[in-house]
Design a binder for this molecule. Structure first.
Ligand SMILES: [Zn+2]
Length: 275
């Protein structure tokens, strides 16, 4: 009986291993998990194979079909193969919010600290590629808190912005807040995992500033129209919004932030605010 339980558990681990490598926080953690799983499996394997009972059963040919199947699969080759698959698997970007990210959200005031390029320690977060929020993240209280705090921050008189992206408050996650100047009441709306599906129309030169680049303004070329694909955090469905003119400009500016791009990368026509 014990042997059967051990076999069942070890077989379960074996089945779970590929799942583990599909949603890793990162590749190295994934490989570490794979090694742990491998060691665990080996221990169970010895439990079932090397103990006297198992050996007797083995000699008597009483081992189960599953065990015979597992042995036939030549485990020594399966694990390196899984490891190779894990190493080659593209980064899914689907890791849930980490403890550090949750702490940053929970411990922040409603008025969040806005990271700027003027602080030598802060540009890294503004220049990194942001990852998607997972379905679990979108349903979490931290997501609700982050949206509320980012909305509060962008509308605060000290900032007075029309948009903000998560990297600007220290999180490399795909979340932006945009002032929908094209809607009644000009609400600030949150967009999770936004991507620009397409850009078209005239290229319009328009004035931009950025909460992360204080004291500077610039004339930036942007497309007149954009289709923004994003995830509805309630239904988890993919939705698309077609936007134009200045709102399309805000979306392009904020989604640039998620890809580590600042508006100053797109223009040389810059001037300080006092001028
Ligand atoms: Zn900006």
């Amino acid at each position: 009986m014990l042997q059967k339980i051990a076999l069942f558990v070890s077989y379960s681990v074996f089945i779970v291993v590929p799942e583990i490598h599909l949603t890793p926080p990162d590749r190295s953690a994934n490989i570490a998990k794979l090694f742990c799983s491998r060691i665990w499996f080996r221990l169970l394997h010895y439990e079932t194979v090397v103990t006297k009972v198992s050996l007797r059963n083995y000699r008597n040919g009483k081992y189960t079909l599953i065990f015979r199947y597992l042995r036939a699969m030549k485990l020594k080759f399966i694990f390196p193969l899984l490891l190779a698959v894990a190493a080659c698997a593209p980064k899914s970007g689907l890791a849930d919010l980490s403890k550090e990210e949750k702490a940053l959200i929970n411990e922040s005031d409603s008025l969040m600290h806005v990271f700027t390029v003027t602080d030598s320690s802060e540009p890294a977060v503004l220049r990194a590629q942001s990852k998607d929020l997972t379905a679990k993240d979108l349903k979490s209280p931290e997501f609700q808190a982050l949206v509320a705090k980012m909305k509060y921050t962008v509308q605060d008189p000290s900032q007075n912005g029309v948009g903000i992206a998560a990297p600007q408050v220290g999180l490399n996650r795909r979340l932006i807040i945009v002032c929908r100047l094209d809607k009644p009441g000009e609400p600030f709306e949150a967009y999770a995992n936004p991507v620009l599906d397409s850009l078209w129309g005239e290229t319009i030169i328009g004035r931009e500033g950025c909460l992360s680049i204080p004291g500077l303004r610039g004339n930036v070329p942007r497309s007149e129209f954009a289709i923004v694909r994003h995830t509805n955090p309630e239904t988890l469905e993919t939705e698309r919004d077609t936007v134009s003119a200045y709102v399309a400009r805000i979306f392009q500016h904020e989604i640039d932030h998620l890809n580590g791009i600042l508006y100053t990368d797109r223009t040389e026509d810059l001037w300080s605010e006092e001028e």
